[in-house]
Design a protein around this ligand. Sequence first.
Ligand code: GAR
Length: 192
Amino acid sequence: MALSTGSNKINTAIFISGTGSNLKSLIKFSKLKKSPIIIKMIISNNPQAKGLQYSKLCKIKKKIFDFKNILSEKKVIDELKKNNIDLICLAGFMKILSKRFIKSFKGKILNIHPSLLPKYKGLNTHEKAIKNKDKYSGCTVHFVNSKLDSGKIINQKKVRIYKFDTPKSLAKRILIQEHKLYPAAIMKMLNL
Ligand code: GAR
C-alpha cells in the first residue's frame, strides 16, 4: 500500500448514496487519536442522501455530482485532487466507478460490501443468502478494482443467519458489524 501516515493523517473522502451509517462510524473513528485518517469530504451522487446531514453536523465539506458520464467524473477527480485526497472510502455508494476513475486513485479506493465476498457480488445480497439457505453471511472490506466487488479483500466478518431472518433483519445485524469492520480494515491496510 503506497499510503504513508507519517505524522500527518491521511486525507480521506467518503462516498455515500443513502443513510450514511457507515459514514457516521468512520467519522467517529477518525476522531480517535489513534486514527490514521482525517475525513476531508463527503461526496454523493444523491442530493437526498440522508447521510449528507453529517456534513453540517460534523463540519465536513460535502459535494454532489451525478456521476452520469465521464465529464461529471472528471469534475469529481479534479475536486479530489484539489483537496489532496489520498484515500477514498465507498460507504453505501451505489454507483459503479469507471475504469479511468479507479486508475486515477489506484490502490487508494476501499469499499464495504454486505456479503462474504466472493459470494453475492452486486445487489440484494441478503435476499440471495437467505434464499440459498446459507448458514452465514456477513460483510467484506476490499480494495476497488475495475471488476465489480472483486478487488483484494482486506477483512471480513461472518454473521449467523437464523431461520427467522428476513433480508431486513439480517441487513440490520450485518450493518452493526460493518461499523466495526471498516475502521478495522483501514488499520489493517496500513499495518497499524
Ligand atoms: C451498507 O450495508 C453497505 O454495505 C451497502 O449499503 C449499505 C449502506 O448503509 N453497500 C452496498 O451494497 C454497496 N454495493 P449506510 O448508508 O447506512 O452506510
